[in-house]
Design a binder for this molecule. Sequence first.
Ligand code: ADP
Ligand code: MG
Length: 712
Amino acid sequence: MQDVRDIPIKALRGVGPAKEAAYARLGIFTVGDLLYHFPRAYENRGNVKRLCESDGQNKMSVIMTVGTQPRRAMIRRGMTLVKFRAYDDSSDCEVVYINQDYVQSMFPVGGLFRFYGKVERDKNRYRMTSPVAEPVTEGQVLPPLHPVYPLTEGLSSKQIGQHMEMALALAAQGLEDPIPEQIRVREGLCTLSFALRAMHKPTDLASVEIAKHRLMFEELFLFGVGLRSAKHTTEQIPAPACTQNDLSAFLSLLPYELTEAQRRTVEQIKADMAKPYAMTRMVVGDVGCGKTVCAAAAAVIAVQSGRQAAIMVPTEILARQHYADLAPYFESLGIRCSLLIGAMTAAQKKKVHAAMAAEDESARVQVVIGTQALLSEGVEFAAPGLVITDEQHRFGVAQRAKLSDKNAHAHLLCMSATPIPRSLALVMYGDLAVSRIDTMPPGRQRVDTFAVNQSYRARLDAFIRKNVDEGGQVYVVCPAVEEQEDEEDLLLEEIGMAKESKPPLQAAVQYAQQLAERLEGYSVAFVHGKMKPKEKDEVMNRFASGEIDILVSTTVIEVGVNVPNACLMIVENAERFGLSQLHQLRGRVGRGKRKSYCVLVAGAMTDREIGEVAQRRLQTMKSTYDGFTIAEQDLAQRGPGDFFAKSSGGAIRQSGGVEFRLASGCSDGDLLTRAFSAADEVVADEQLLAHPALADAVGRMFADAANHDMMN
Ligand code: ADP
Ligand code: MG
């Protein structure tokens, strides 16, 4: 029998070619995909109130009778309104639909409807704009919760709901649960079919929570099984044993002694590389802890053993920076080293390619530092030995696979500045050995951290000036790109209704402009995530060279870029960031001789408005400076979800490349541990591992990840 999960979406009644294409845009091709397309929210339409109870702010439901014939009016070019009045026993209300002429025939005078939306209120005048309306028949109970799906053009939530009903019926008949029954029961999880129905056709929020819990467990469990079973296959890839690992010449060139943690890491690398199979090691440590020198040591070991090393980084600036830092050491050791980046001319690249592939050892380049350009066609190593990826969460699994494919049987070393709590590292990097660099080189200054609110704005501007006047540079980070004004708001203004007030989100674009105006005479520039990499690099370069005093950015500041002269980091709307993110941002400063500061600016005017939880987070930043400790606290305060989220650098994507549907919102640290120990148990038990739907579900999860990476 065909697995329900594999039935193509177009087999559902009502899904023709157009809907099929719309579903494809959402990444939905099969009934299984549809069942796992979860609502992004639920509207509580069960919250029925009377008009007079409206607070003018929050959405609510009102049951009203249509009082007047709907009339259509042209407002301005291409914009029409349909208006009518409706009433309940407390008052009456104007109902307006914008550009939805078809609703005219939907509201017969005297008809009873449940309207859901915001009821705007001006004293005793009420208005609803484009509310959701459902006809009510006397005595009937409408479902209180309505799933809101991530949508695309050509599909409404209602249509998805109809197709979902059919998919759920199919699922009820024969959808194998990938979680073995004995584990499901022991963990107190609901069945798969209950969970899917509860997510899509919810009766109450409590069952949604039960369903979500089960589905998050399922995701983490499958992920765990996938990682654990992959471990057995990746462990023994043959690779050249690099045994010429005397580093005394290299270490004597350094102007400092390695720290204890660095020494330990280098020893681990030595031991791994000396074996005749591939190292897969990850070095994790705070920004500035000195990972680069460990990478260089690994490269030296490879070269001394007659092999080549590639150091791959996510951006050209970072490649240049590494090249400038490391090339002199390599040269002193007689090691030939080249840079390979997209910005080089074709002729320059060709020359490097030839030197990489040279059969003649004396002409061969031994260490290449570069960007993705290292993955291009025609790039071959004559004697691959080691591949290092720095800040490698920026690379997907597929890219890494491509890189190690090209260098089949090379040792792999990854570097990451995202400290992960020990419990997470153990479970998430099941397939990688981890070296933790948990101490800083001596003499490193502490970045004094302050948490302030909006009432400090003037003092903050003065502080920026002071730092720049003394020759320093400043980063300002804001969480969002553009303040959007939608048609609806414009229209409401035009017809004389008060505009909805916007949350005081510091839009980076406007912020940069305003800051530039307030700080006349200082050079302010701006980078954001939607800029082309080339433009971004250019601005970053100008900042690195000191040409720009103040760099305003969204959270895109490149991890790893080193601007030692930057001494002040200001984070706007800091309450919106997780601890680990704040810590990453703080790590951008305090890298040079200048006394450095980090100011966390809350979006509110007073501390009380910030809220207790956010307040606690900001306080933690003031008192804690170690990334690993912060990560532990982050896990305790917000659960593992943050570590899965892309916004935090997606630390955990490093391992499997899997994107989570639900677990990225998981705020329960314990769930992860339980799911992973269940995964361990299953992988160790052949009978459990043979559970029918399990291998399939794991395969699907990791195949999706690989496909996704290919497309990026
Ligand atoms: P990251 O771990 O963020 O990649 P880097 O490797 O760039 O950090 O090191 C940051 C700075 O610390 C560099 O300037 C480097 O020369 C210096 N450094 C590294 N190790 C030591 C050490 N043991 N003692 C003193 N300085 C060190
Ligand atoms: Mg680094």
